[in-house]
Design a binder for this molecule. Structure first.
Ligand SMILES: [Zn+2]
Ligand SMILES: [Zn+2]
Length: 194
């Protein structure tokens, strides 16, 4: 008997899975996604969103841990001037670790935060907070987690508590100068093997 194609195990469309589209995790894509969102909000004028397109966006050093984004104004900028705006901005730098699938949503929030500074909201006052909270995204806990992950990635030492076994990744040795807040036990230095 001859084998025909009909004898092969049957397949259906359900067995076909599309190859995942490669995700664009570029800084341009991050910028575009935040500006698109801002353009759809009533808090921002078209001009404001347009003017942000001219702001130069760069990257912080990879070994930054506490700082996730920064808006740098030109030297001698009067940050208290009511005219403070994107023209006064030298650049916005964000952490390169945010350009990853895992941290993308947090990265959008960080960039949005810096855009608010660029629009002339210099201090984190109540106006700033109100605008910032309009972004319905990851909360402060996410920022703390990112700091922790970056610290771990850059750590040469772990300060370890022998009470609760918590680890505190740090660049330098603790040299017996720090205690665990919970256990009051002096933290022990362990070198990280990279
Ligand atoms: Zn800020
Ligand atoms: Zn402890």
């Amino acid at each position: 008997m001859q084998t025909t194609i009909d004898d092969w195990p049957s397949s259906s469309d359900d067995d076909i899975v599309p190859v995942a589209e490669s995700v664009d995790l570029s800084i341009e894509c991050l910028v575009q996604s935040v500006l698109d969102w801002m353009a759809a909000q009533r808090y921002f004028t078209k001009n404001e969103v347009e003017s942000l397109k001219r702001v130069e966006i760069g990257l912080l050093r990879r070994n930054a841990t506490q700082k996730h984004g920064v808006c740098r104004y030109h030297r001698d900028t009067d940050v208290n001037s009511p005219a403070l705006g994107p023209r006064d901005v030298k650049c916005i730098d964000i952490h390169p670790g945010l350009l990853t699938e895992k941290w993308w949503n947090y990265g959008q929030k960080v960039l949005y935060h810096e855009f608010l500074h660029a629009l002339g909201h210099f201090s984190h006052n109540s106006d700033f907070r109100r605008l910032e909270d309009a972004w319905d995204g990851p909360d402060k806990e996410c920022g703390r987690l990112f700091t922790e992950v970056m610290r771990r990635a850059n750590a040469s030492w772990l300060w370890i508590c022998d009470g609760c076994h918590k680890e505190f990744p740090r660049r330098k040795r603790g040299r017996g100068k720090f205690r665990c807040r919970d256990c009051n036990i002096v933290l022990r230095d362990v070198a990280v093997s990279n």
